[in-house]
Design a protein around this ligand. Structure first.
Ligand SMILES: [Zn+2]
Length: 452
């Protein structure tokens, strides 16, 4: 079996791993590159093999850095099945068309305002192409064996990162290749912990937070404090949040804080049509996460869901303390950009990040203290307080990753550390050697290895 790293190397985005076995080709994850321009340009590069020669795609989870290239692959001729858990399929049903719509809007905006160097700027794919990709999905239950191509068995195990998020076991000829997928944490507000890993000969493990520990203090307290401070200043809290997963965790956290009287009874707006839909999906699939139907009702019932563009625009002129949760989570696009334009210049306001901010995104610039960020072609000064709350992230930290790896019944014979920026991936490689005695490799983009 041959494994080729077509993304998720040196970055947390663009996860794509090509598995070749007995003449068949399976693509594990089909993600978008995001962040730095040199990475985003890879979305436009042809894959090393024609899309129609990929026999099947398997997705670990629905986040766009794992699924968002799929519409492009289908548009280029991929005609095989896309295997995923049922929840991943449902979430992709929201995320992919939304992604296509955003890409179209961005291209259209760039053309209208003439700030793209491409004439005309074209979207990577359209909403219609994204909808066409949804027809290829084949949903599966947890732990049920699937045979995506002859001679290869596949099984999904819960990874605790997001609704439907899975680790993948691929088995062939008595050997097992395990993809961790994005791993959640033991103490997530929303998701149960990842399932303990079973034995595997080869492991591909993520390293998003491979060089970091989440703060040990109560993440709700840190959130409560920033909301209190900002409302005492008469300001607005803007939370760029991944529409799927983190937005729901935040709404739950804010509802709990309000109920306990730890933050004022201020309005909370959810301004992302997709996040609102995803919230309904979380409420429907409550057996898959920690929140009871009552928790869902409390968390999602108290929030003001912003439906129309007019309402969204009105949110840019709030004159009382409020919280606005809006996508995208790394401030790379979406409605949150308009709120950042409106609220970043005023020191009374706060911008709160809860998820990982990939290099090259506006989110990373903001958490690193940029005095201004470029939005829609113009520089917006940043005087608002910028706060990072990694304690509310949906990813395991270094200790969590090592604990999960260390729970394997035996050391795999080959370990590849992926899905991390260079320092994070290398830090996890080193920690795994020191703590577990494992010899891991951090692959480069387009590296290809024969699995032994
Ligand atoms: Zn993810």
């Amino acid at each position: 079996m041959r494994l080729t790293f077509l993304g998720g190397t040196g970055t947390v985005t663009g996860s794509r791993y090509l598995v070749e076995h007995a003449g068949a080709r399976v693509l594990v994850d089909c993600g978008l590159f995001q962040g730095l321009k040199q990475l985003r340009l890879r979305n436009w590069e042809p894959m090393p093999l024609p899309a129609r020669e990929v026999d099947a795609v398997v997705l670990t989870h629905a986040h766009l850095d794992h699924s968002g290239y799929l519409p492009r692959l289908v548009a280029q001729g991929f005609r095989g099945p896309v295997h995923a858990t049922a929840c991943t399929r449902d979430l992709c049903g929201l995320l992919l068309p939304d992604s296509g719509r955003l890409l179209e809007e961005e291209a259209e905006f760039a053309n209208r305002h003439g700030y793209s160097r491409h004439h005309p700027a074209l979207p990577l794919y359209t909403e219609e192409q994204a909808r066409a990709a949804l027809d290829r999905f084949v949903p599966h239950a947890w732990d049920q064996p699937v045979e995506p191509v002859p001679g290869l068995k596949l099984r999904f195990a819960p990874a605790g990162h997001l609704l439907g998020a899975a680790s993948l076991y691929l088995e062939w000829g008595g050997r097992t290749l395990l993809f961790s997928g994005d791993l959640g944490r033991g103490d997530d507000l929303l998701m149960p912990p990842p399932a303990a890993p079973a034995a595997a000969d080869v492991l591909v493990v993520e390293s998003t937070y491979g060089d970091r520990e989440h703060p040990r203090e109560d993440p709700l307290e840190a959130l409560a404090q920033v909301v209190q401070r900002t409302s005492a200043r008469g300001g607005v809290v803007v939370v760029p949040a991944f529409a799927v997963g983190r937005a729901q965790a935040l709404l739950h956290a804010l509802a709990r804080l309000k109920q306990a009287g730890r933050i004022p009874d201020l309005p909370i707006y959810l301004n992302s049509p997709m996040a609102a839909e995803a919230t309904r999906l979380y409420a429907r699939h409550h057996a898959e996460h920690r929140l009871s139907p009552q928790d869902c009702e409390a968390a999602f019932g108290a929030v003001r869901i912003v439906a129309t563009v007019e309402e969204s625009e009105r949110l840019n002129h709030l004159r009382w303390p409020s919280v606005i949760v809006s996508a995208s989570g790394m401030a790379t696009g979406g409605r949150v950009l308009h709120h950042l334009k409106a609220y970043a210049p005023d020191a009374r306001n706060a911008i709160v990040f809860t998820g990982f901010q990939a290099q090259g995104t506006r989110g990373a610039a903001l958490v690193h203290g940029a005095p201004a960020v470029k939005i829609h072609g113009e520089y917006v000064p940043v005087r608002a307080e910028v706060v990072e709350l990694p304690g509310l992230s949906g990813h395991a930290d270094r200790e969590g990753l090592l604990a999960w790896m260390g729970a394997m019944p035996a050391a795999p014979s080959q370990v590849f550390v992926t899905h991390g920026e260079p320092l994070a991936a290398d830090a996890l490689r080193l920690a795994a050697r020191e703590r577990l005695g494992w010899d891991c490799r951090v692959p480069d983009y387009r590296d290809s290895v024969e699995l032994v």
